[in-house]
Design a protein around this ligand. Structure first.
Ligand code: NAD
Ligand code: 0WE
Length: 264
């Protein structure tokens, strides 16, 4: 039996997932969980290099739509939401935004040296894209009497994490965008939340110098003395996207073994 046919918290719900690159992606852990609980999901991918992997993963959960989307492109976004409306009969219940990018050189040196163009690149892909997606999702979710939007953030948007640099500034903009979007869309019963995850070894994380050191620090300093996994994020995501969280909006849920609460 298809996972999507199993009854669960998301049966009859339609979702769009942006940000699957491979099986390690946080977006994929979330998608698998939603599909297991009955959701029907559309997926976007960026670039031909990952298209095959995303199509294969999407097929394994019975997805009716897999389509290219560079979130910097208004044209792509317009087409994607038209395709989603077509595939889902004009409605959308869930949107998972799990997209971020900064130039590799800006996650290495000094934040002070970030050039203008690459500052805006990071903010465009990692923060503005949520605003654009929310605006496009709004009419589709309103048709359904409401909806839920979820994005992925990181502590580096609230505190200075060495080398997170311009991504931290982008996450600060993303976090504020969650609050302003929640206010605008709340009257349509559309909720907007974020999960702040601790370090997870995904494609985006593995290329970062010093990642094992960060994991060691979390193990030593976090209240639970361990690192988290993408599936831990997925469990929290399923809650925030479900009816059980119907009165939870404009918030950040930390899935970080408690690390954010420590001062030393
Ligand atoms: P990932 O590499 O699997 O996912 C990042 C995704 O962003 C990829 O699918 C990539 O294709 C997509 N992307 C980048 N530029 C894009 C563009 N222009 N248009 C469309 N898509 C684009 O890595 P991940 O760790 O799963 O990251 C997902 C989210 O989780 C990001 O927002 C990241 O900041 C956040 N996050 C990650 C960690 C971690 O430690 N891995 C911790 C906290 C938050
Ligand atoms: O949000 C992230 C990483 C996002 C990311 C990763 C890359 C690597 C490849 C954005 N852009 C790029 N660009 C690339 O070229 N995280 C929360 C994981 C992460 O990244 C760090 C971290 C942590 C944690 C970078 C420096 C310090 C800590």
């Amino acid at each position: 039996m298809l996972a999507s046919a199993v009854a669960g918290r998301f049966s009859g719900k339609h979702g769009l997932v942006l940000g699957v690159a491979n099986k390690r992606s946080i977006a994929w852990a979330i998608a698998r969980r939603l599909a297991e609980e009955g959701a029907t999901l559309a997926f976007t991918f960026q670039g031909e290099r990952i298209e095959g992997a995303v199509r294969e993963l999407a097929a394994s959960v019975g997805s009716p739509l897999v389509t290219a989307c560079d979130v910097r492109s208004d044209e792509d976004l317009e087409r994607v939401f038209a395709e989603v409306a077509e595939a889902f009969g004009g409605g959308l219940d869930l949107l998972v935004h799990s997209v971020a990018f900064a130039a590799a050189e800006d996650l290495a040196g000094r934040f002070t040296d970030t050039p203008r163009e690459r500052f805006w690149l990071a903010l465009d892909v990692s923060a503005y894209s949520l605003v654009a997606c929310a605006r496009a999702a709004e009419p589709l979710m309103a048709t359904r009497g409401g909806g839920a939007i979820l994005t992925m953030t990181y502590l580096g948007g609230e505190r200075a994490v060495p080398r997170y640099n311009v991504m931290g500034v982008a996450k600060a903009a993303l976090d504020a965008s969650v609050r302003y979007l929640a206010w605008d869309l709340g009257s349509k019963n559309i909720r907007v939340n974020a999960i702040s995850a601790g370090p997870v070894r995904t494609l985006a994380a593995r290329s970062i110098a010093g990642f094992p050191t960060m994991e060691a620090i979390v193990e030593e300093r976090s209240p639970l003395h361990r690192n988290i996994e993408a599936d831990d994020v997925a469990a929290a995501a399923a809650y925030l996207l479900s009816e059980e969280a119907r009165n939870v909006t404009a918030t950040t849920l930390y899935v970080d073994a408690g690390y954010h609460a420590m001062g030393m």
